[in-house]
Design a binder for this molecule. Structure first.
Ligand SMILES: [Zn+2]
Length: 212
């Protein structure tokens, strides 16, 4: 199977314990579960509904604050933003509003009405979304179209260890709705392919890309 990001051939490997077949691209470091295990939206929602709504908790605010502390110094005072794939909670968009940034939010399951095709943004944020996407390159490109020229896309998704032994023990793959896995390099390749500029990453789970 070819890589869904860079179209190079991938290597297959089996996680025996999980009984899960993976594809690994050596070129862009993208790893994806075999598409036969991908779930439709209804199945995914059943799992997301189990997540506790922690909107009021200080811990949840602190979690998003760490993301904003990384992102906001890199994105040149945006006036408008979109939280893409916010889930049930709109806390992150509220926190952006508190920074004086007008923020829309969208989620295909919980807030499907939030997206307008003729509106563009200075900043799009997407936290803990990309690991769920069946076709992340298509979503990435569609988000780029929703950015103003010079706008920024900021993503949070855990970077995989890119080493098989460590990968097999990695907690992040155990969630059945987590199906595709990235490193910063995957997003660098994706940026090049989409004629964007990779700005920076935190070496762990956050990155910022600029639309040229
Ligand atoms: Zn690839």
């Amino acid at each position: 199977m070819r890589c869904h990001i860079c179209d190079e051939p991938t290597l297959m490997f089996m996680d025996q314990k999980q009984q899960m077949l993976y594809h690994h691209c050596r070129d862009c470091e993208y790893i994806f579960k075999h598409p036969s295990v991908y779930q439709d939206l209804a199945e995914q929602k059943a799992r997301y509904d189990l997540h506790e709504n922690e909107e009021e908790s200080e811990g949840y605010r602190a979690y998003f604050q760490r993301f904003l502390d990384f992102v906001l110094p890199l994105v040149q005072n945006p006036k408008s933003a979109l939280d893409f794939g916010c889930g049930e909670s709109i806390l992150l968009s509220c926190m952006l509003e508190e920074q004086g940034i007008a923020c829309d939010y969208y989620d295909p399951l919980y807030h499907p009405e939030g997206l307008s095709d003729d509106k563009k943004y200075d900043l799009i944020v997407s936290t803990e979304v990309f690991e769920h996407l069946h076709q992340p390159r298509e979503v990435f490109e569609s988000l780029m179209k929703r950015l103003n020229v010079g706008g920024f896309l900021a993503i949070q998704t855990e970077f995989h260890p890119n080493e098989m032994g460590a990968f097999m023990h990695w907690y992040y793959t155990k969630d059945p709705t987590h199906i595709v896995f990235f490193t910063a390099k995957t997003f660098e390749v994706l940026s090049d392919l989409s004629k964007c500029r990779f700005v920076d990453d935190n070496g762990k789970n956050m990155l910022v890309i600029k639309k040229k």
